[in-house]
Design a protein around this ligand. Structure first.
Ligand SMILES: NC(=O)c1ccc[n+]([C@@H]2O[C@H](COP(=O)([O-])OP(=O)(O)OC[C@H]3O[C@@H](n4cnc5c(N)ncnc54)[C@H](OP(=O)(O)O)[C@@H]3O)[C@@H](O)[C@H]2O)c1
Length: 255
């Protein structure tokens, strides 16, 4: 009995890979996203597991509370929380739609924070080891001109998650932050970054999710996928922030 993993953004990309990895390891699942048909597909793929579908737009206020209340009403105990749902947008900050950028903050930051807040007390009360896996990005390590809000949301996810990991040191709950670089999912078409230099050499979603899954299972704090991405994140620590921002602007341009 492995317990139950709640995965946001379960219908596509990294989230769908996580679904398959947790399912293959024998976890029951709570899958959350907007596309109900795809969520139901997931349920039908794993008839031997308890798969609970929650169709929710996490960019709406109170969505996280509603997810928590649905899970509690169903009598489900969560021992793994995967805050994966997120999106980005490419363009000059003032050209991009403000409402879409606010939804991005609500999804990438607020929903992730609130879901963690609601589920953490229950997870601390679990008699077994529990884990939180938050999906950030290599965008977390420097400012990102042309994707200014997205990069800032991921800096928040990394900082928040590392702080929480330290707060929870010595408890039964670990917090892992996954920092992927460009990865082959629907992210690039949603963000309109398919043609940018940063997406040449994108990694497979399976490989990236596998590294995140293994790191979470091992209770590691931060995992950066790919040797080039690791080197870039390391270099960003030592470069002046203004130079790191210039490099990020360069790789955002079309290849
Ligand atoms: N791919 C990359 O290059 C890359 C790099 C670094 C970090 N990341 C991060 O990885 C995470 C997963 O993204 P991905 O690459 O797998 O992209 P993806 O293929 O576009 O998947 C995004 C998932 O999030 C869900 N989602 C989007 N908006 C939502 C909303 N408002 N409410 C609930 N669910 C929502 C989508 O499902 P529905 O449409 O059904 O709602 C989908 O399941 C994100 O946090 C992203 O920032 C991606």
């Amino acid at each position: 009995m492995k317990g139950t993993a709640l995965i946001t953004g379960a219908t596509s990309g990294l989230g769908y890979e996580f679904v398959n990895m947790f399912a293959q390891d024998g976890f029951d699942l709570v899958v959350v996203a907007r596309n109900q048909a795809k969520l139901e597909d997931i349920r039908s793929q794993y008839p031997h597991l308890n798969v609970t579908v929650i169709t929710k737009d996490l960019s709406k206020p109170n969505a996280a509370k509603e997810v928590y209340e649905e899970v509690k009403a169903a009598g489900i105990t969560i021992n793994t929380l995967v805050n994966n749902a997120g999106f980005g947008l490419m363009g000059n900050f003032d050209d991009l739609d403000l409402h879409k950028q606010s939804e991005m903050i609500q999804l990438n930051i607020t929903a992730l924070t609130e879901l963690t807040h609601y589920f953490l007390p229950d997870m601390k009360g679990n008699t077994t080891d529990s884990r939180i896996l938050n999906v950030a990005s290599t965008a977390a390590f420097q400012p990102g001109p042309m994707m200014a809000v997205y990069y800032a949301t991921k800096a928040y996810v990394l900082s928040f998650s590392e702080a929480l990991a330290e707060e929870l040191a010595g408890t039964n709950v670990t917090v892992t932050t996954l920092c992927p670089g460009a990865t082959k999912t629907n992210f690039a078409s949603v963000a309109k970054v398919e043609k940018s230099k940063m997406f040449s050499g994108a990694m497979s979603s399976h490989e990236v999710a596998k590294q995140g899954y293994q790191a979470a299972m091992a209770g590691k704090r931060v995992v950066i996928t790919g040797s080039g991405n690791k080197a870039g994140a390391y270099a960003a620590k030592f470069l002046p922030r203004s130079l790191a921002a210039k490099i990020a602007k360069y790789v955002a341009k079309e290849a």
